[in-house]
Ligand binder design. Sequence first.
Ligand SMILES: Nc1nc2c(ncn2[C@@H]2O[C@H](COP(=O)(O)OP(=O)(O)OP(=O)(O)O)[C@@H](O)[C@H]2O)c(=O)[nH]1
Ligand SMILES: [Mg+2]
Length: 446
Amino acid sequence: MFDRLTNRLSRIMGSVRERGRLREADIDQTLQEVRLAMLEADVGLQPLEAFLTAVRQRAMTEEVGQSMTPGQTVVAIVREELVRLLGTAAPLNVRARPPAVIMLFGLQGAGKTTTAGKLAHLLKTTQRKKVMLASTDTQRPAAREQLGILAGKVGATYFDLPAASDPLLLAREAYGAASRQAVDVLVLDTAGRMHMDDALMNQLQQLREAVKPIEALLVIDSMMGQDAVATAKGFAQALPLTGLILTKADGDARGGAALSVRHETGVPIKLLGTSEKIEGLEDFDPNRFAQRILGMGDITGLAEAAQRAGLPQPKKTKPGGGLSMEDLKEHLESLQRMGGVSALLDKLPGMAGSKALAMADQGMGDRELRHMVAIIQSMTPQERHDPSIIRGSRKRRIARGAGLDVQDVNKLIRQHGELERLTKQMGKRGGRSALAALMGAGRRAF
Ligand SMILES: Nc1nc2c(ncn2[C@@H]2O[C@H](COP(=O)(O)OP(=O)(O)OP(=O)(O)O)[C@@H](O)[C@H]2O)c(=O)[nH]1
Ligand SMILES: [Mg+2]
């Protein structure tokens, strides 16, 4: 997530944290580095200066916290001021008489349709809501079909009148259908335009009137930096918005909009799009976001992700606390559901942007995970129970079954051995989950 900004801030904070003494000049130099990193991420000037002034003021005057070094105190101040800049958490609200309507607005290509699908998935998996997806996009020929496909993928109800060309009619009919079918949440996708114009705003206002959404969310593209903020300002003036969704926060997107858009528009960020995948949508929590962007990790997010993916607790299927191939397969499948090892490591303190993360990215991408699962699947129960019996001809059979090479089978067996060793170690040290072991091994072996 916002790799470049996260890397730079993590590095700056990392070196400050170590400091036992900090003179005024040191603090100024640190803040100058922070200023440059944030400018490059395209943070708005006015909020940036206000933030830096507040940090400097506090860093000069506040007492060093108990059991903290001066450096740690400065890092804590930076974190607190960042949270202040980001504002209080504003979770998505769907507590309305059903169907609760969520409308998505935004410019062309911002990610509205993709986000509609992700939102349906999120509401279904975390809140067990019955969700209907419908689109009022009569502009682009394949627009509604795109949403229909996503609905099928996430198992949401989909509403369309393929012959209709009136957005208002589509919205009203969708609402009617959602009421009749006892849907909890209706997510309405709308058409995008290249630029904000009166025609679009009028249409969106009418749609808003027609279905009275509890959430009117503007979808903006993180890659656009300050342009995304300008878009948000324009929309917020024309339409009452309840929140923002920032998409494409993955990779090298500039984080500027995420840091300053709330300050500049008064509208809270509610959700963050973090990948092209259907799972790539997260609640935006200012506290956790600040931690992550400063390289302090996001343990809460990690635990949540693990829980949401239904990560199996380590079972003692092998005496002595070892890790059976069956367990390993379950872990790998959970990891797949969570977006791979890198998505997990990204949330660990000190891991953001690290070399290990880059390695994990290369080594344990989707393809790798799929291969590992395929190999375990083509083992017999006996082989899964006791991998030491897997020799020459068995290896060739397993490789053929998985459509891979013998080297791939060897690698998996090696990795399993390493993981088993780690799981046992963790077990002895007391109570750390095999997930931790898996991730530990992710750093070393994969
Ligand atoms: N990497 C990344 N890509 C995203 C994210 N959200 C959307 N995209 C991509 O952005 C592109 C545009 O997404 P759409 O959902 O079609 O955008 P839209 O706002 O509906 O576009 P229009 O309907 O043309 O106005 C697609 O290629 C998506 O895969 C995200 O969070 N991360
Ligand atoms: Mg669309």
